[in-house]
Write a protein that binds this ligand. Structure first.
Ligand code: SF4
Length: 391
């Protein structure tokens, strides 16, 4: 398999990334939430300045695809009018915050997210790499442990607010007022102690390499609450509204419009789902998953060709065709190259596009050694039993 290109940075709206279908502009809603008006406006902008395709990323952002170079300035004007634009590229890159969608009216969550964003927008905020991020996960039991983040605001076993470096079992107690500055101080420590040697790095890897957290961030006495024992969030009703899945994280502008019309606002999640505030049902759209037993939930797929310039074959038709045949409890990952963007971890079945067909990796990541090579997409669709067996 060909080695994928590692870019080491994430696109934003101010600094979009070139891809196979034009520019990709990533929009980071404040507090992980879009009002209904913002969501509808974003759908209009996706149609006007892009090709209308919108991706919901594993960092709970929306990516407008197929944006033209000529349309970029007008897109930025639209985003500014919707209050979806940062002051500059640095502030945009630093505001990498994933927020639990399960907060209720009066909870500290939106205040914490807003205060953290304001602190990160200051000129003296630490210049963390774009992949470095924060999680505001302050519900009774954390739900974002599997989401990418380096610094986490969670609840301690006692119920008190705590700050925890990703990769550490314990952290330090913080007040709501002090939490943003404490989080930034922890990010500064990470930078100053060599967390990003070549301008890249993550907190957990830094700790694994032997870095010792100062006692002011972790004196070993504040244990984090255990993660929710309930299964991972699934589409369906929840106390705050309705959790709607987006198949393979890709939707049309019309579907975003339908989601905007379905409730008071959208809370974006890192699970390729959007929580529609106050809704009792999800709109009936082809990409929307409303039931927890939808077979597409067992499949991860990246945009593939032609959307991604690095992709060596289309992925989405294969993923959609095979979804109903994935064995119970297994995950299928269809990747356009060995980078494995859609599912960084291992999967029971991973199909990776290559120059001579797909490679199959069993129980591994997209960059692992394949057990079979040269599988054709058409043959897999015609005979999925050759992949999954007859069961
Ligand atoms: S995994 Fe998919 S989206 Fe990521 S670089 Fe490869 S082809 Fe592109």
């Amino acid at each position: 398999m060909s080695a994928p290109e590692i870019r080491g940075w994430c696109p934003g709206a101010l600094r979009p990334m070139a891809s196979g279908d034009g520019l990709v502009a990533r929009v980071r809603p404040r507090g992980g939430r879009l009002s209904a008006a913002q969501a509808a406006g974003l759908a209009r902008a996706a149609r006007a300045h892009g090709d209308g395709a919108i991706a919901l990323s594993s960092r709970a952002n929306l990516q407008l695809r197929g944006v033209t170079a000529q349309g970029h300035a007008a897109l930025l004007a639209d985003l500014a009018a919707l209050d979806l634009l940062d002051a500059d590229i640095g502030a945009e890159a630093r505001r990498n915050i994933v927020v639990t969608p399960f907060w209720r009216h009066g909870d500290a969550t939106p205040r914490l997210a807003a205060a953290l964003a304001a602190a990160l927008a200051k000129a003296d905020a630490p210049e963390t790499p774009t992949k470095f991020g924060f999680a505001v996960d302050d519900g009774p039991a954390p739900v974002l442990r599997a989401a990418s983040a380096d610094i986490r605001l969670e609840r301690a076993v006692s119920g008190a607010l705590m700050l925890r470096a990703d990769g550490a079992a314990t952290g330090c107690a913080v007040t709501e007022d002090a939490a943003p500055e404490s989080a930034l101080a922890l990010a500064r420590w990470w930078l100053d102690s060599g967390g990003a040697p070549q301008g890249r790095g993550r907190m957990a890897a830094h700790l694994e390499r032997g870095a010792r957290l100062p006692a002011r961030f972790d004196d070993g006495s504040v244990a984090a609450a255990l993660a929710a024992r309930a299964p991972a969030p699934a589409p369906g009703p929840c106390p705050q509204g309705f959790l709607a899945g987006v198949a393979f994280g890709l939707m049309s502008a019309d579907t975003l419009t339908a989601l905007a019309q379905a409730g008071a606002g959208l809370r974006l999640t890192p699970w390729r789902m959007a929580l529609i505030e106050g809704a009792h049902a999800a709109p009936d759209r082809p990409e929307i998953i409303a039931a927890p037993d939808d077979p597409r939930l067992a499949v991860s797929a990246c945009v593939g060709a032609p959307g991604c310039a690095q992709a060596l074959a289309p992925t989405l038709p294969l993923a959609a065709a095979l979804a109903a045949r994935v064995p119970p409890g297994a995950r299928l990952h269809v990747s356009g190259c060995a980078k494995g963007c859609a599912h960084p971890g291992p999967a029971a079945f991973t199909l990776v596009a290559g120059r001579a067909g797909f490679a199959l990796i069993r129980d591994g990541r997209a960059d692992a050694e394949p057990s079979r090579m040269g599988l054709s997409s058409d043959a897999l669709i015609a005979h999925p039993e050759t992949l999954f067996g007859d069961g």
